[in-house]
Design a protein around this ligand. Structure first.
Ligand SMILES: Nc1ncnc2c1ncn2[C@@H]1O[C@H](COP(=O)(O)OP(=O)(O)OP(=O)(O)O)[C@@H](O)[C@H]1O
Length: 287
């Protein structure tokens, strides 16, 4: 796919943070290369401290890479025209509690340089879309966590950006709210948008994303389409159906006799994630 077909391209992206001791540094992101095609949902996964937020900050042009390059829609994330094409929902948005919902959107819209008329129209539309019409003139101090999250989405969508970066959009949201987030992300893809999603809700990620990248200690351990990553390969897993318990035990005995092992669970994104990260941790302990 040529550059025009790519929403986000990371080339050997690396970030080093200097440590207190002179000359030493922490490599938070290590030679990360990724391509995220337009109109797709990509899940960036990894345990705490694996470098997801640092990657996002570089991708948004908020932090300078130590090495490597970020291309957004073929351009630089520092280009104001490109920046306007990226909406961002931070993992823990802090909004001033004395502002109302509408005032908050007005504040961000002005920062983005939206015209007064367009801002007014977009704010009313977005607040309606996220079920906040009745609350738009209430102070944010009285909003529930779910309402603040929905307001965060509205804010990220101001200016109708092509790309949405959602950092933990389901953090602190109840299961109904999490399902709504899922529907919302699907809706974005239907409208041709590209979504980069960081989440620890792996079942939802598996369900929502076209492709994922799994990071650990700053490095990308695996990336690709969900189906391709979870396809049975060297370790195919089978599910047994229609067998009574005694027959199951017999099959298990036969499998063991042949040197195999019967596992009750199939491969899913959660087990792939745990397997990759724990193998990587074991390997680095041994080094
Ligand atoms: N400004 C900074 N200065 C020094 N070290 C930093 C800085 N920002 C992040 N780090 C370190 O870089 C590593 C990656 O952190 P990062 O926040 O990117 O991880 P993460 O995958 O987003 O984690 P989480 O899931 O907890 O948000 C961590 O070891 C973190 O302590």
């Amino acid at each position: 796919m040529n550059e025009l077909g790519q929403a986000i391209q990371l080339k050997e992206l690396t970030k080093d943070f200097p440590l207190m001791e002179r000359g030493r540094y922490l490599r938070a992101v290590d030679s990360l290369s990724l391509e995220i095609p337009r109109n797709s949902v990509f899940g960036l996964l990894g345990p705490n401290g694996s470098g997801k937020s640092t990657t996002i900050r570089m991708l948004l042009g908020l932090s300078e890479p130590s090495k490597g390059e970020v291309r957004i829609l073929g351009g630089s994330p520092k280009d104001p025209g490109i920046r306007r094409q990226v909406g961002y929902l931070p993992d823990a948005p802090y909004y001033h509690k004395f502002l109302t919902g509408k005032e908050l959107l007005r504040f961000f819209g002005k920062l983005m340089g939206l015209s007064k008329v367009s801002l007014e129209q977009q704010s009313v539309e977005l607040l309606g879309q996220f079920g906040l019409s009745d609350a738009m003139d209430r102070k944010l101090g009285s909003y529930s966590k779910g309402m603040l999250q929905r307001l965060g989405f509205a804010q990220a969508l101001l200016g109708d950006p092509e790309i949405l970066v959602l950092d933990e959009p389901t953090a602190g949201v109840d299961p109904v709210g999490a399902a709504e987030v899922g529907d919302f992300v699907r809706g974005l893809r239907e409208r041709g948008k590209t979504v980069l999603l960081c989440s620890h809700l792996l079942t939802q990620v598996q369900d929502l994303c076209d492709a994922v990248g799994i990071m650990n200690k700053g490095r990308l351990l695996a990336s690709g389409g969900i189906e391709q990553l979870l396809r049975p390969s060297e370790n195919p897993r089978f599910s047994l159906e229609g067998l009574e318990e005694s027959a199951q035990a017999e099959v298990a005995r036969l499998v063991e006799l042949k040197g195999g092992r019967m596992k009750p669970m199939g491969q899913d994104l959660e087990s792939l994630f745990r397997e990759l990260v724990s193998n990587d941790d074991e390997r680095s302990k041994g080094q």
